[in-house]
Design a protein around this ligand. Sequence first.
Ligand code: NAD
Length: 284
Amino acid sequence: MQILDGKALSKKIETRIASEVTTLRKATGRVPGLAVILVGQDPASAAYVGMKKKACDRVGFYSVTHEMPEDISQDAIENTITMMNTNPNIDGILIQLPLPKQIDTTKLLELVAPEKDVDGFHPYNVGRLTTGLEGFVPCTPLGVMELLHAYDIDVQGKDVVVVGASNIVGKPMASLLLNANATVTITHIHTKDLAAYTRKADIVLVGAGVINLITANMVKEGAIVIDIGINRNSDGKLVGDVDFDNVAPKTSYITPVPGGVGPMTIAMLLQNTLRAATAHAKEV
Ligand code: NAD
């Protein structure tokens, strides 16, 4: 069994990005800029935004967080997005999800300029991903693909089961795997017999948000297991969706939580923002 070390790989990616930022600054006089919209007081959202801001600082990006109260109006957020769309210092716009109930999330995601949509949630970029065209790809599934690639794991022809079918994790994950010629099955809360699918899989990727959803008897010997879930257990410890201690010995490769997919997500956000900035620099 080998650990897929997302923490180590993300550090390498950050080092490369920081050096590319220096090159961009010398050539154009500007650095990549990321704007984050954070609504309300959700501690998990605030923690994620804090980690993203620190990562921006480490690689030399400019970043700004627009913190808004829980009862903010739709119009106020829309105005901020419209301003960021035209702000030349901003290359990437990220709306931290989930948003409060009164907010129409889809409308906001559709308002972000597709060329600044570094989270890859705009339907334009979603469509480009499903048709196999270049565009911005959601950071978490993109990070998983980078991690597999770094360990020379080729998914072509592999039987792959994705557990979880959300727009930000499961669906784009499945599209990327399909584009890389894997045979993909997507499962979710309504799947009748989850274990029947996972047991046959060469690769199991799980992002459901359920502690210990994947147990040792659900995974075949030698499988690759990617744990995208982030949960807090009753001791307050960060854990994934996989019963790691019992599943790991059966696998050929497995991601830990923390230190697996999480750091890769942030590295991909930086990579997408640098890409947006490089494209903008060429337009100027
Ligand atoms: P979500 O609630 O939007 O979607 C969860 C998906 O899992 C749904 O499709 C649901 O049908 C499925 N599901 C739930 N319970 C299930 C069960 N018992 N059996 C089979 N399928 C089940 O959540 P999300 O935003 O996609 O996030 C999923 C998990 O991934 C969460 O733990 C979240 O914290 C984590 N996450 C991690 C990162 C990262 O950087 N590592 C990024 C985003 C989300």
